[in-house]
Design a binder for this molecule. Sequence first.
Ligand code: HEM
Length: 180
Amino acid sequence: MALVLLFVASVPAVFAVNVDGSISSGEYSKQAVFDKGNFQLLWEFEGDKVFMAIVAKTQGWVAIGFNPSTVMANADMVLGLVKDQNNVQAIDEWSSGIFGPHSPDVDQGGTSDILSFAGTRTGDTVVFEFSRLLNTGDKFDKVIPTSGKFKIIWAYGPSLDMTAKHKKAGSATIQMEGQK
Ligand code: HEM
């Protein structure tokens, strides 16, 4: 029995990320900061899944988009609408045009591939966490690489109306295994 306990205690936590809308120290090993710290992206890989968190200063929606071709075109987007921890929506979208339109994958013949999500609001700061497969198999999702450079777009809105244009948006190339 003692041996079993010793073994269990010495095995590191395999699934460290807890999708609960709050971020503990060390939960995510990779991060990138945009808009002078007003939009922070954190991520972690676990097996065939990616866990992501957005921490942003906004009263509105938050979003991340993967691998666009030009501006927003062909970006695989995840939008988070966090009113409070009991009212959170995560929407798996695809932008077909340079300045949209973008709409839920399910409305375009695809699937919603967000596996888990949660969020919280404290003052003017919102936390939104979600997970999905690196490769969902849906044609309206991009494959997320675990290493190398990857182009993303980020945005946050002025309100929780997801049709309202962003207050701020930008693009960046991030290093998927963490910044060097
Ligand atoms: C919610 C509805 C949205 C509308 C109506 C919208 C509309 C637009 C428009 C008209 C532009 C052209 C530039 C400008 O006028 O500022 C633009 C740019 C852009 N959008 Fe969106 N967008 C939306 C959502 C999103 C989302 C969800 C993302 C990211 C996931 C995003 C990322 C971007 C980026 C990165 C640019 C370029 C900004 C720049 O270079 O300064 N947009 N958008």
